[in-house]
Ligand binder design. Structure first.
Ligand SMILES: Cc1ncc(C[n+]2csc(CCOP(=O)(O)OP(=O)(O)O)c2C)c(N)n1
Length: 544
């Protein structure tokens, strides 16, 4: 605990088992860390990972042996794929008792190795030293989750086992940024892809791109590096097709700090060459970007090279035009049956009725496809999502952590009814902690994203995707939160205003019509996305 406190960690999340776990909670208090009791271990680790994301310090979670760690694994996997430093402290069946006790005994080292950057058994008289080493390892680039299995029968703290995913392969040495410098000189239509690895270089990248007119696409986690109010902010790159008009018109694609786990598994088949630059120590991009050149260099230097390139021939504000076109096309899908809201209307209305500094957390599902492009941000870390793992059950725990670790900003959690069902009990956590979290549930009693994917239509039957209707407003009230059901834009705006004035959490149960989701899917990931933006001629056509 001392090691965590010394590096700035302020909160320990968890669900303790008996004995040693409770000692950990006690040690946290002694070291000055607050303890937050969660309702589930996955949620506790997502909370810890979100605090790590927002503060740059290591997140911390404590779980019991066996079921506690097994239940935490999904949260650890989220932290691993989004590169977030979290220290998970687990009780164990002591090695000295292993021959006798098989109750709740799992191979916790093996379980941890499959998702964590490093696993250590910590105990005995070198425990403090090993703990310090583990915390440093979590934070060291590339950051990631680590697991400490506590075992006082361990003789002197076993050596740390670093799992392969945590050991960054070195990038190509020698070439430095020369290939980028040459490509930039030859390019007339460069596009930049910004990933979460570039957040730390935000100032340099903004300085280089501001006023340059070079369009910048952002991965989900990188949104806000170039503010959405800038002409260069071109919207999202997901590996889908929303970004197609720009990338198809580009003659050079330059990725800065892109984590390829963020990209959906579609083919990367643009005609323009792709050059990916990773910060030294980061996990370099690998196989996703077919044919790409990977370089390891400081991102600020790479951004500087871009700014020093020759004049380009993009139309004025090409990035803004591309993003506006995507948002306009999404907006045209906002139709809903009477008594229901269109999901697009919900996302747009929440953005319009909350202050600019609001932090939004977004769950996995069809609602995410509408919330992500519509949530405009002017700073990084205002739009949080489980990007690499894309796990359901993320938004509510992440929102609770955001309210705790970034208390100055209002927090909104966008979730589907399926995802909220997975973490519903954490509403009580938000009530207990009196956190101003606004949960907006896109309630259509269905796993809509999966329903869209039923091919042929209806594959697997309704029983594969449909739930009975649930009143999340009533469930929230049962846990002591404010709850309201809304089915019109006016009701939604009124409930948002009331929620922003409230000290504790509010659940806004938005009855949505999922009818527009297939068209949203087609626009963001299908053929409808492959339509040029008016006025943005294709580079090849232009060259003729
Ligand atoms: C933990 C987890 N289980 C399953 C999935 C696969 N999955 C992705 S989206 C989705 C449906 C989400 O439904 P809901 O939360 O109601 O949101 P909607 O799609 O209706 O907007 C499922 C099952 C996942 N991403 N994470």
């Amino acid at each position: 605990m001392q090691a965590l406190a010394e590096t700035g960690t302020g909160v320990l999340f968890g669900v303790p088992g008996g004995g040693p776990n409770l000692d950990v909670v006690g040690a946290a208090a002694a070291a000055g860390l607050a303890f937050v009791l969660a309702r589930g271990e996955t949620a506790a680790v997502i909370m810890a990972a979100t605090c790590a994301d927002l503060t740059g310090t290591a997140g911390a979670a404590v779980v019991t042996r066996g079921p506690g760690l097994a239940s935490a694994v999904n949260g650890i996997a989220h932290a691993a794929l989004d590169g977030l430093p979290v220290v998970v402290i687990a009780d164990t069946v002591a090695a000295a008792d292993a021959a006798r006790i098989s109750h709740q005994r799992l191979d916790q080292a093996a379980l941890g190795r499959s998702v964590a950057k490093a696993v250590a058994t910590i105990g005995g008289n070198r425990a403090a030293q090993a703990a310090g080493q583990l915390v440093r390892l979590a934070l060291q680039p590339p950051p990631g989750p680590v697991l400490a299995n506590m075992d006082d029968s361990a003789p002197a703290g076993d050596a740390l086992a670093v799992s392969p995913a945590g050991a960054a392969a070195p990038g190509p040495g020698g070439a430095g940024l020369t290939p980028l410098a040459e490509a930039v000189q030859a390019a007339r239509r460069p596009v930049v892809l910004l990933g979460a690895g570039a957040i730390a270089s935000t100032a340099a990248i903004r300085g280089a791109l501001a006023g340059s007119g070079i369009p910048a696409l952002h991965t989900y986690r990188a949104r806000g590096i170039v503010p959405d109010s800038a002409d260069e902010a071109a919207g999202l790159v997901t590996g889908g097709t929303m970004e197609w008009p720009l990338l198809a018109a580009a003659d050079l694609i330059v990725g800065l700090g892109v984590n390829e786990a963020e990209m959906i598994p579609a083919a990367w088949d643009y005609a323009a060459p792709t050059i990916l630059v990773s910060e030294p120590g980061a996990v370099p991009a690998g196989g996703y970007f077919t044919g790409a050149t990977a370089l390891t260099a400081p991102l600020a230097a790479a951004a500087g090279l871009l700014a020093a390139g020759p004049p380009h021939d993009w139309p004025a504000a090409a990035g803004r035009a591309a993003r506006a076109d995507a948002v306009r096309r999404l907006g045209s899908i906002a139709t809903a049956a009477p008594g229901r809201l269109a999901p697009l209307q919900v996302a747009a209305s929440v953005r319009a009725h909350t202050p600019p500094e609001t932090i939004a957390t977004v769950d996995a599902g069809a609602h995410m496809l509408v919330a992500m492009p519509l949530w405009e941000v002017d700073e990084p870390r205002r739009l949080l999502v489980s990007s690499g793992l894309a796990t359901m059950g993320y938004a509510l725990p992440a929102a609770i952590a955001a309210a705790l670790c970034a208390p100055q900003a209002p927090v909104v959690a966008f979730t589907g009814d399926g995802g909220l069902g997975m973490t519903l009990a954490e509403i009580e956590t938000a009530v207990r902690l009196a956190l101003r979290v606004i949960v907006v549930v896109f309630n259509d009693a269905s796993l809509s994203l999966i329903k869209i994917k039923q091919k042929p239509a209806g594959q697997g039957g309704p029983e594969a995707v449909d739930y009975r209707p649930v009143s999340f407003a009533a469930a929230a009230a049962a846990m002591g939160a404010a709850g309201a059901t809304v089915s019109t834009a006016g009701e939604l705006a009124a409930e948002l205003a009331a929620a922003l004035r409230r000290d504790g959490p509010t659940v806004i149960d938005a009855l949505v019509d999922p009818a527009g989701y297939p068209a949203v899917m087609d626009l963001t990931r299908g053929q409808a996305g492959r339509r040029p933006v008016p006025g943005l001629a294709h580079a090849k056509e232009n060259a003729q």
